[in-house]
Design a protein around this ligand. Structure first.
Ligand SMILES: *Cc1c(COP(=O)(O)O)cnc(C)c1O
Length: 422
């Protein structure tokens, strides 16, 4: 049982104030909207972890315990998340003109999205702090995941979701025993679920565990394990590009931090380029990137409208990291809903992977970047496929229309099905 945390300090990304990792703190006490960024003692980690001993550990998120902010491994609340496959996409690659395309298939996580990486860390930390009640604001996946981990840990959980949250996600949240509440919009450019979350934290002191950094700095550390896995799965030959769907940009920040951790410890010597993809119906980060704005100058999106519900964050809380990273390398791109739905179908029909619209926005963005020549055909590309298609079947059914019904009759089959196909 591992007993050590390698976090050296927590520093507010807004005001720079430092906190000790022993403090029971989730948000900067100045309430300035900053995220408490965790720093690690890499030379101490290097004494415990090598490429070789990583290869010997079973593939799941907590194999990277030393890079995570838990003090004792016994507090880890796990459903065996992480360790997702990296699939070589030959047919899809050929179709879009890329020779080395890989898919990081995050649909395989316990609740069907990468959010399990965030919530296993967030909930484990809640257990370590001894809290009893947790709360979240979410379009669905983060709440579904928090609900599952809270059930496993025996914590009470409240989830505030948007009215537009998919039925499948709401069903998941409820069955895990979480109190789920839909919250109506009240102010333009403000996420009503976040407004409600802020109120209950203030009123009851519950442990906030949404999937954005300024409310909970521990869960941010989960998604970085995606990068660790990619490095290991490619035999330490890093790809040129990672393509990331973006809502709050917490995933983006995590992916970046994962590669940076491995660079700090000397496992890799360069960072892949990162591409942030949003829907044209909600693209505050892409807009800020194009206008060279910082997070402080970024305007919240007024009226998000997209099939990619998981990307409909009016304010990208963790976009400071993305905007800094993208200034130096990488790119940001937006794609219309119809491209997202086309990419969803391509992925399912050519590669056998069924993803929800938010989960394939990365692929739609990649197709656009390849067409523009920003990404070249010989470059190695990893697209993150972040959520399962079973999360939001309504979006798909609307596109595909009615399924034909027949009697068990071969003539009817010939007439209505086979002949109709020609
Ligand atoms: C939350 C989510 C995203 C976006 O992640 P952020 O950290 O909010 O940028 C992408 N895909 C799916 C399926 C999600 O649930």
């Amino acid at each position: 049982m591992k007993q050590m945390a390698f976090v050296t300090r927590m520093r507010c990304s807004a005001c720079g104030r430092d906190y000790s990792p022993d403090e029971k703190v989730y948000m900067c006490l100045k309430k300035d909207g900053g995220r408490l960024d965790l720093d690690y003692d890499y030379s101490a980690i290097a004494e415990k972890v090598s490429k070789k001993n990583l290869a010997e550990r079973a593939p799941f998120l907590w194999k990277y315990f030393e890079f995570l902010p838990l003090k004792s491994e016994k507090n880890a609340v796990t459903l065996n998340e992480g360790g997702s496959p990296l699939l070589k996409a030959e047919s899809l690659g050929e179709k879009i003109g890329l020779r080395n395309l890989y898919l990081k298939d995050e649909t395989r996580n316990p609740t069907g999205s990468f959010k399990d990486r965030s919530m296993t860390v967030g909930v484990s930390k809640a257990v370590e702090f001894g809290v009893r009640t947790v709360a979240t604001a979410s379009s669905g996946n983060a709440a579904a995941s928090l609900a599952a981990y809270s059930a496993k840990a025996g914590l009470k959980c409240f989830a505030f979701v948007l009215e537009s949250a998919s039925t499948a996600k709401i069903a998941q949240i409820r069955l895990h025993g979480t109190r789920v509440v839909k919250v109506k919009p009240a102010e333009e450019g403000k996420d009503p679920t976040v407004q409600m979350l802020q109120k209950v934290i203030e009123e009851y002191g519950w442990y906030p565990c949404p999937s954005f950094g300024p409310f909970n700095p521990y869960q941010v550390e989960g998604p970085k394990t995606i990068s660790y896995e990619i490095a290991e799965q490619l035999g330490w030959k890093l790809p040129d590009w990672i393509i990331i769907p973006v809502g709050s940009a917490c995933l983006f920040a995590g992916v970046w931090k994962g590669f940076r951790d491995f660079k700090e410890i000397g496992f890799i010597d360069f960072m892949p380029k990162l591409a942030a993809i949003q829907s044209t119906g909600c693209a505050p980060l892409v807009k800020a990137f194009r206008e060279k704005k910082s997070l402080r100058e970024l305007e919240p999106w007024k009226n998000p409208r997209t099939v990619a519900g998981g990307l409909a964050d009016v304010f990208p809380w963790d976009a400071d990291v993305a905007l800094n990273v993208l200034k130096k390398s990488g790119t940001a791109e937006e794609v219309p809903d119809e491209d997202i739905l086309k990419a969803q179908k391509l992925l399912a029909s050519l590669e056998g992977v069924f993803a929800e619209p938010s989960g394939v926005a990365s692929l739609a963005g990649l197709i656009k970047l390849a067409e523009k020549g920003v990404i070249e055909k010989d470059e190695t590309v990893v697209a993150l496929i972040t959520g399962s298609g079973l999360k939001d079947p309504e979006a798909t059914m609307k596109m595909e229309g009615e399924v034909p019904t027949i009697k068990p009759d071969i003539e009817e089959f010939k007439r209505k099905i086979l002949n109709a196909e020609q």
